[in-house]
Write a protein that binds this ligand. Structure first.
Ligand code: GLU
Length: 283
């Protein structure tokens, strides 16, 4: 049976962009008689607030966007995230990174041709080249590192990969598109990329629907799925909701919060009518 999920971070009120993402996830599941799960992506717990979990559920309910089963909180999944990290470490595709953000920026500024990705400069690989003895000494000194994916090694292990997207078609994986991403942050021991891949697999998600701003991330996620022996989901990266000037909605723009539209007297149908149409595979 098909399974999708809506995976918001409870860092603010649900806005029209979230409502569109939720509607796509629900519609894609229902079209084939499948299930849509709700998952709170709250690993960055310092940015999440208790009231936003409940507000999200209430707003989805008010819009008539129903999910199946109990919502999952990623914060409760730390053991699974750690276990996956250990497996990747065992495969030799991770390395510890001791760089601070400032050191990375300085290194990028020093380089004549720093590698760039879709969202700006990539990690220049400083700690990948660290001498093994130096690496051991730093780890032994108790310095808490971040753990990065060695994209080159991961690609060599996986060979050529691709994914299928119901909006964008077949896409060949570019393993280095986002560089050596962080899979475990120093402060929280996990990351968006690791948690999303582990949880999608454990929740049996067959169709990953999400905004097209996350399309570059899928290149990393396919690598992780293969390394961890997970099944390959189908993807659907939908267009983003923009404001009247064509700009992507800011997360903290309360004027487009579902709750405020509701308080202004709009009905659920009127709010849903503000959203873009559904992609063909959801109809
Ligand atoms: N938590 C992400 C967001 O709120 C969505 C992640 C995903 O769907 O993979 O944008």
């Amino acid at each position: 049976m098909n399974r999708t999920r809506f995976a918001p971070s409870p860092t603010g009120l649900l806005h029209l962009g979230h409502a569109h993402a939720a509607r796509v996830a629900v519609a894609r599941a229902r079209r084939d008689g499948g299930r849509c799960l709700l998952r709170f992506e709250d690993i960055d717990h310092t940015r999440c607030r208790d009231e936003f979990y409940a507000a999200c559920e209430e707003d989805l309910d008010w819009l008539g966007l129903r999910w199946d089963g109990d919502p999952l909180r990623q914060l409760d999944r730390a053991t699974a995230h750690r276990a996956a990290l250990e497996r990747l470490r065992g495969l030799g595709v991770l390395y510890p990174c001791f760089c601070t953000r400032r050191e990375i920026n300085e290194e990028v500024a020093r380089m004549a041709r720093a590698p760039h990705g879709p969202e700006g400069p990539l990690y220049p690989g400083t700690c990948r080249q660290l001498d093994p003895a130096e690496r051991r000494a730093r780890l032994a000194s108790g310095a808490e590192p971040a753990w990065r994916l060695d994209a080159g090694r991961a690609a060599a292990r996986c060979g050529a990969l691709s994914f299928r997207d119901e909006v964008h078609g077949g896409i060949a994986v570019e393993p280095g598109l986002l560089g050596d991403v962080v899979l475990a942050r120093k402060d929280i021991g996990t990351s968006y990329h690791l948690a999303v891949v582990v949880d999608d697999a454990d929740q049996g998600i067959t169709h990953v629907t999400r905004g097209e701003d996350l399309l570059p991330s899928t290149h990393v996620h396919r690598l992780l799925q293969v390394l961890l022996g997970y099944p390959e989901p189908v993807y659907l990266h939908h267009g983003l909701v923009t404001d009247t000037a064509g700009r992507r909605l800011a997360k903290r723009d309360d004027s487009v919060a579902v709750r405020h539209l509701r308080d202004s007297g709009m009905s659920p149908a009127e709010v849903l009518a503000l959203l873009p149409g559904l992609p063909p595979s959801c109809q």
